[in-house]
Ligand binder design. Structure first.
Ligand code: SAH
Length: 340
């Protein structure tokens, strides 16, 4: 049985046509699901009983299970159990501009970044579109508040699950769906170049973030295996194409790892790399995990790195930290639960 939360509006309209009913029911049902937030088809009043019966027999409205919630100042972390018993995480962060949620896109991840807990675990499977949509719907319900911003930066490599990801964007961005503005949605990738190019042709104003984490191939190869497939001389031109096509800005994420990529010469090389690209750099203090040996750079080193970028006229910020006390870093709650 297909889950109804995986249908875009267009797919739902086509579905009604396929079962010999009316296309406009698609819009009606979409609005029941996302504006009125029904959880059972019994609440639908403007579609004939016989048609609803066909839906009941063929589509499910099943939700995910929330099996753990951890709360800290301005952050809630949710552990979900999927219908096959797998686990994923989502994090809710309260900002002054609204509630933002960080969603997972896969169970595990195959990119193998050396510093990342999710990469250590390998990919089990892609998330279905409905499993991404429901992370938002269920957290909104639990909170009793709306979510205004979405970042796809949880477990998984979103561009390794591209088709389901794009459907997810269509559903949450649809004015009749969750109506989250594209400029309030960000997707983060380790740099899968063919998908960056495909994404640049997508007619949605969604923000793109790149996990850069190194100013040159030598360092990047050591910590991010994807760099061997798409080294910087391939990645950077692809980003320029993206910027030309979309007139947007790109965000570079840069985790500071002590002694690996946080030296002054790294900052200078990074400033050079950023020059001429419409970008800003988000410096991320590393969240240490029990299973991996990398160390977080000291606060002094982080400030030094930041200053060098600033002095070289790079747009740079240091990421505000949420929930390091509650294992909010990528994949840690899932690992604790499963004890691996
Ligand atoms: N696969 C995608 C999105 C998921 S990871 C990507 O690579 O962008 C989201 C971000 O968290 C990435 O920038 C990732 O490198 C970073 N990250 C992973 N482990 C981390 C940790 N322990 N501390 C801080 N950031 C981490």
């Amino acid at each position: 049985m297909k889950n109804i939360y995986g249908f875009t509006l267009e797919e739902l309209e086509n579905y009604f046509v396929e079962i010999g009913s009316k296309k406009f029911h698609g819009k009606q049902l979409f609005s029941w699901l996302y504006e009125k937030r029904i959880e059972s088809l019994d609440s639908v009043t403007d579609i004939k009983k016989e048609v609803l019966e066909i839906l009941r027999n063929n589509l499910s409205l099943d939700r995910l299970k929330i099996v753990d919630v951890q709360k800290d100042v301005d952050v809630n972390k949710y552990l979900f159990e999927l219908s096959d018993g797998e686990h994923i995480e989502a994090v809710l962060m309260r900002h002054d501009y609204g509630n933002s949620i960080c969603v997972s896109s896969q169970v595990g991840c195959n990119m193998g970044c050396k510093f990342c807990e999710s990469g250590r675990r390998k990919k089990v499977r892609n998330l279905e579109t409905y499993e991404m949509v429901l992370q938002i719907l269920m957290i909104e319900k639990e909170l009793g508040e709306r979510i205004s911003h979405v970042v796809v930066m949880g477990i998984g490599e979103p561009f390794d699950n591209y088709d389901n990801l794009v459907k997810f964007f269509k559903i949450i961005n649809d004015p009749k769906g969750l109506a989250i503005g594209a400029r309030h949605i960000t997707v983060s990738t380790c740099g899968i170049v063919p998908k960056i190019l495909e994404f640049s042709e997508l007619d949605l104003q969604i923000n793109l973030a790149i996990s850069l984490h190194a100013p040159n191939n030598e360092i990047r190869n050591k910590i991010m295996p994807i760099n061997k497939a798409y080294p910087l001389e391939v990645l950077i031109p692809a980003l320029k194409t993206y910027l030309d096509r979309t007139n947007r800005r790109v965000t570079f994420e840069y985790i500071l790892l002590s002694g690996i990529n946080d030296r002054e010469e790294d900052a200078l090389e990074l400033a050079k790399l950023a020059k001429g690209i419409n970008c800003y750099i988000n410096l991320i203090p590393y969240n240490e995990t029990n299973n991996i040996d990398f160390k977080r750079s000291s606060t002094i080193q982080i400030m030094k790195f930041y200053d060098i970028l600033k002095k070289n006229n790079v747009n740079v910020t240091i990421r505000r930290e949420f929930g390091s006390k509650i294992s909010a870093a990528c994949g840690q709650l899932r690992s604790k639960k499963e004890e691996v």
